[in-house]
Design a protein around this ligand. Structure first.
Ligand code: PNS
Length: 177
């Protein structure tokens, strides 16, 4: 039987519960799904490529048909290289549609044999984005329920290095041990 492989490209800075929801849905539809992290030297990400890769590998470990990879350049060229038939993208609200449609049609122009498949994450994630998660975390707001617990911990460590230090050297009665 023919296997259908898809890629799910993005920045995932950081991965959110919305991303995970889509990965789970994608893993049920496609035989193989590759979460493809863009190596983008122009953007200044909060988490390094290695950190994002590690987080995604940990988060997707329960899905046996999901893999994590990184790519540079055009998404369609990467898709062709890994013999994917489809590009998976999430649409949260109508506001995503115009940008996503433009990208899907441009990708079709470049490689007509590739199909973009849009899926909707659960409606409880329809207002969720990595950009807002970064902003809320930076400003000290609660991101509980928006990202997996592991990502929440990493965000706290990243934004407040004292949290990481306290884990390594526990603080006893106000003084470091
Ligand atoms: O997580 P994001 O930022 O929504 O992901 C956007 C991404 C990585 C899918 C998009 O920027 C992309 O495909 N970049 C690779 C370069 C490319 O192929 N550009 C042409 C798109 S028509």
């Amino acid at each position: 039987m023919k296997k259908v492989t898809a890629i799910y490209p993005g920045s995932f800075d950081p991965p959110t519960n919305g991303h995970l929801d889509l990965i789970e849905r994608g893993s049920e539809i496609f035989d193989e799904l590759t979460v493809a992290l863009l190596r983008n030297s122009e953007k200044q990400p909060l988490f390094s490529l290695a950190e994002r890769t590690r987080m995604l590998e940990e988060l997707t470990a329960p899905f046996k048909n999901v893999h994590v990879d990184t790519f540079e350049g055009l998404t369609v060229e990467y898709a062709v290289k890994v013999k994917a038939k489809a590009i998976l993208r999430g649409i949260r609200a109508i506001s995503d549609y115009e940008y996503e449609l433009q990208m899907a049609l441009m990708n079709r122009k470049l490689h007509p044999e590739l199909e973009t498949v849009f899926m909707m994450p659960h409606q409880k994630y329809s207002y969720l984005s990595s950009r807002l998660v970064r902003e809320i975390a930076r400003l000290g707001g609660s991101i509980e329920g928006l990202v997996p617990e592991m990502v929440e911990r990493r965000l706290k460590e990243k934004l407040d290095p004292a949290v990481k230090l306290a884990k390594v050297r526990p603080i006893k009665s106000g003084k470091r041990a």
